[in-house]
Write a protein that binds this ligand. Structure first.
Ligand code: DSN
Length: 432
């Protein structure tokens, strides 16, 4: 305690400022959450010292007997949580997990069919500025202008036309659930692999509040820090392991490797070096928390709060992409309010409300301006906010959006935000 404060007061002060920001603002970024003190504690341990390239029982360094048990614990808990045959908990991030998925299933130049970034997809699903769109050939499906939803007949037509090696599902700004059986049927029709990136919705999937991709997909990737509420990191899972369809064989025996073996090699040595054992320990802690009954109650409240927020915005005349939500986020289209996402984000920030500007489907503004904002309920639900508080959140957002340039209104809202935050205390420490 206070070790950091005494040794490096400058750095300590910056961490303290960030702690205060998290304590005193409404955190509505859909991909963020607040981890437990136990998760933070596990990260601040001597485990950061240990090199453990390889996997439990098969490491390239000595002295791994204790970190082996930690990685095994994380793997076993994750397998139980998602009813998976196999998991790899080493990816440093969601993007690293996805890099390993590409390495395992695709050759450079192969075609990926994914959800368009400007329709809610993700950078690593084929964006031209990302390795996935540079190394591979990206093709996209989108959402419909009138419904904001994916039309699976159009996905099938596109898949037949472009014959992808792999189809990706998953999004960073899509408020609806996915029909995995339908995607599986399309993938089978065109002979493609099927990959779900459940980074945003992993917590809701683990607790059966959204459809489960694992029985249908060849591979599933995720981050561990969004709805799953663990440390910042990634993970890869296989629901039904078996001989890989790529025909990759073991070097010595010529035996066809399982999908899990191909993916393990794609993470290490394929795309990463030493795993972050302190983060893997924190993942184990978070998975342990997620296996408790209270975690399901938490996820149910996330979903209720997001739906409530959607209804409240609609009552105030806001347009929502797809007219609502099935999961933890909503996407507000601000065009009928004559506002851009940039102005909304900046004015809300001044009032202590943190959101991100976001493209809406068929946006006419650039990605730096945008016509929308994305709002998620996971972080404030962790704080204890229920429907009543989310009504207040929406009212305060509306006040700001009606007066984006009125400094005194923004200051008044900020005071109200801070008063509500005080009723729902978050972190009472800087150093765990
Ligand atoms: N940056 C994350 C998000 O906000 O959705 C996705 O990687």
């Amino acid at each position: 305690m206070d070790v950091l404060k005494n040794q490096d007061p400058e750095l300590y002060a910056y961490i303290q400022q960030e702690t205060e920001r998290e304590n005193n603002n409404f955190e509505l970024i859909a991909s963020e959450n607040f981890v437990s003190r136990a998760v933070i504690s596990a990260m601040g341990t001597v485990l950061t010292n240990k090199y453990a390239e390889g996997y439990p029982g098969k490491r390239y360094y000595g002295g791994c007997e204790h970190v082996d048990k930690i990685e095994d614990l994380a793997r076993e808990r994750a397998k139980k949580l998602f009813d998976a045959d196999w998991v790899n908990v080493q990816p440093h991030s969601g993007a690293s997990a996805n890099a390993a998925v590409y390495l395992a299933f695709m050759n450079p130049g192969d075609t990926l069919l994914g959800l368009d970034l400007s329709h809610g997809g993700h950078l690593t699903h084929g964006s031209p500025v990302n390795f996935s769109g540079i190394q591979y050939h990206p093709e996209f499906y989108g959402v419909e202008k009138d419904t904001g939803r994916i039309d699976l007949d159009k996905v099938r037509d596109k898949a037949k036309a472009v014959k992808p090696k792999m189809i990706s599902i998953g999004a960073s700004a899509y408020p609806r659930d996915f029909d995995y059986q339908a995607f599986r049927d399309i993938a089978d029709e065109v002979g493609a692999f099927l990959w779900m990136d459940m980074a945003h919705t992993a917590g809701l999937i683990a607790t059966d509040l959204l459809n489960d991709p694992l029985p249908y997909c060849d591979v599933v990737s995720t981050t561990t820090h969004k709805t799953l509420r663990g440390p910042r990191g990634g993970m890869i899972l296989v629901g039904n392991d078996g001989e890989n369809k790529l025909g990759v064989t073991a070097r010595k025996s010529g035996r066809v490797k399982n999908t899990s073996e191909v993916l393990d090699s794609a993470v290490f040595p394929g795309s990463q070096g030493g795993p972050l054992m302190h983060v893997i320990a924190a993942k184990a802690v978070a998975f342990g928390e997620a296996l408790q009954p209270e975690f399901k109650e938490y996820q149910q409240q996330i979903q209720k709060n997001a739906k409530h927020m959607a209804d409240e915005f609609k009552n105030l005349g806001y347009n929502l992409v797809s007219d609502g939500t099935d999961n933890h986020l909503i996407l507000v289209d601000l065009r009928n309010k004559n506002l851009t996402g940039k102005i909304a984000e900046e004015s809300l920030d001044k009032a202590g409300i943190t959101v991100n500007k976001n493209m809406v489907p068929f946006d006419t503004e650039s990605p730096f301006v945008t016509s929308g904002i994305r709002l998620g309920s996971p972080a404030l639900t962790t704080r204890g906010f229920k429907e009543q508080q989310f009504s207040d959140v929406v009212k305060l957002i509306d006040t700001v959006l009606q007066n984006p340039n009125n400094e005194s209104t923004l200051e008044t809202v900020k005071q109200e935000v801070q008063a509500i935050c005080k009723e729902f205390p978050l972190y009472d420490f800087v150093e765990a």
